[in-house]
Design a protein around this ligand. Structure first.
Ligand code: 5GP
Length: 120
């Protein structure tokens, strides 16, 4: 079973505006902001507004409208960042072996250079 949601995690604080972030997008379902330690010229994080630990938790529990809204937001963010024509990469780390460090679902959006076959 998934761990319970910890509302003191760093992305919960970013969502509530308790700590600053370089926000690039917000709608009813999601926000997006720059990763603090970018691994590519463009490295954004898209997170749902709802309290979900991971992709696993989200896909199991979230109402369909939230799932649809979040997936649309990821596409909108990439489009607005100009990444569609050159191409980009989405990544979600889940749990221990996936090396998920922050326990609020986030999708990484990488772009701005040729990314190679995989990120380490
Ligand atoms: P994970 O390993 O959980 O998939 O990725 C967490 C990501 O969050 C990392 O890329 C890390 O650089 C980023 N991150 C961690 N703390 C902060 C923060 O306080 N602000 C921002 N903008 N990004 C953060």
């Amino acid at each position: 079973a998934t761990q319970p949601y910890d509302d003191q995690n760093i992305f919960a604080k970013i969502l509530r505006g308790e700590i600053p972030s370089k926000r690039v997008y917000e709608d009813d379902f999601a926000i997006a902001f720059h990763d603090i330690n970018p691994q590519a010229p463009t490295h954004l994080l898209v997170i749902p507004k709802g309290a979900y630990v991971s992709w696993d938790d989200f896909s199991a529990r979230a109402p369909d409208a939230e799932i649809a809204g979040f997936i649309r937001a990821v596409g909108t963010v990439a489009r607005a960042a100009g990444l569609v024509e050159p191409g980009y990469r989405l990544l979600a780390n889940i749990g221990r072996d996936g090396h998920q460090e922050v326990p609020h679902l986030h999708v990484h959006v990488f772009g701005g250079r040729p990314l190679g076959p995989m990120l380490a």
